[in-house]
Design a protein around this ligand. Structure first.
Ligand code: NDP
Length: 254
């Protein structure tokens, strides 16, 4: 179906070397896009590109720390030089430091804000001139349930993910006339390295998630494949500034 066809398109997925980002990268590759995956861990990058190539896609690994503005500019330049585009940017890289506000150091606050929020601004800004010149583009940001809820253990993470929704709206309003659609997904509890670590740190988390999620299961990276093709393709050409929960009903249930 043409509405979900990404052939001839180039996507850049930050944190595309694992977890949700790799699920998104797989979805984009299956829809026909060439995909650059960016992250810091080179071993994970190689494994991810091998997997995407196994799906028949053109894939590129780009080592990049998205908190570094110069590295972000270089990442976008390398993608453009080796694959073309990017026509599609997915701001998925993210991290958390689980501490109560009174225990969180200012440097830790900054680290989380840089990785989750400032990175998305830097990546979007670096891609904008390319997308504008190409006559359009797609940007998908990865928020969280903590874009809408609060949690005692996540002051910086929550602030960064709430900020991502507002950044999404600002970029969407600014760049709609350039035919660039900017949207945000809000994942519920998804089974990845990040939450495996949380499950080790937080007693009873697994049971809480299963009980609290109406779908009664953890989400999986595969749950993001079709969604990515929707937000990256013509199907979403009149959808911009949206924040879509992908949460098995977590956010609509008491
Ligand atoms: P992962 O730990 O598997 O993914 C995090 C990704 O971000 C990794 O690929 C990591 O790459 C990359 N990353 C982190 N910091 C940087 C950095 N400074 N520069 C470049 N890349 C970086 O966990 P998830 O897949 O769960 O997380 C992906 C996103 O989804 C995050 O934004 C997270 O907040 C969000 N999310 C996850 C939820 C869940 O339940 N799992 C729920 C809601 C949102 P590398 O290891 O190479 O640095």
């Amino acid at each position: 179906m043409k509405a979900f066809d990404l052939s001839q398109k180039v996507a850049l997925v930050t944190g595309g070397n694992g977890g949700i980002g790799l699920g998104i990268a797989r979805g984009l590759a299956k829809a026909g896009a060439a995909v650059a995956v960016a992250g810091r861990n080179r071993q994970k990058l190689s494994a991810a590109t091998a997997e995407l190539e196994g799906l028949g896609a053109t894939a590129l690994a780009v080592a990049c720390d998205v908190t570094d503005a110069a590295a972000v500019a270089a990442m976008v330049e390398e993608t453009q030089a080796r694959l073309g585009g990017p026509d599609i940017l997915v701001n998925n890289a993210g991290t958390n430091i689980r501490k109560r506000p009174e225990d969180l150091a200012a440097a830790e606050w900054q680290q989380v804000m840089d990785a989750n929020l400032t990175s998305a601004f830097l990546c979007a800004k670096a891609c904008y001139p390319i997308m504008k010149q190409a006559g359009g583009g797609k940007i998908l940001n990865n928020g969280s349930m903590l874009s809408i809820f609060g949690a005692p253990w996540s002051p910086a993470y929550g602030a960064s993910k709430g900020g991502l929704v507002q950044l999404t709206r600002s970029l969407a309003a600014a760049w709609a006339a350039d035919n660039i659609q900017v949207n945000c997904i809000l994942p519920g509890w998804i089974d990845t390295d990040l939450t495996r670590r949380a499950r080790r740190e937080v007693d009873g988390l697994n049971d809480h998630v299963l009980k609290r999620t109406p779908a009664a299961r953890w989400g999986r990276p595969e749950d993001f494949e079709g969604l990515a093709a929707f937000f990256a393709g013509p199907a979403s050409d009149f959808v911009t500034g949206a924040a879509l929960p992908v949460d098995g009903g977590f956010s609509i249930s008491l």
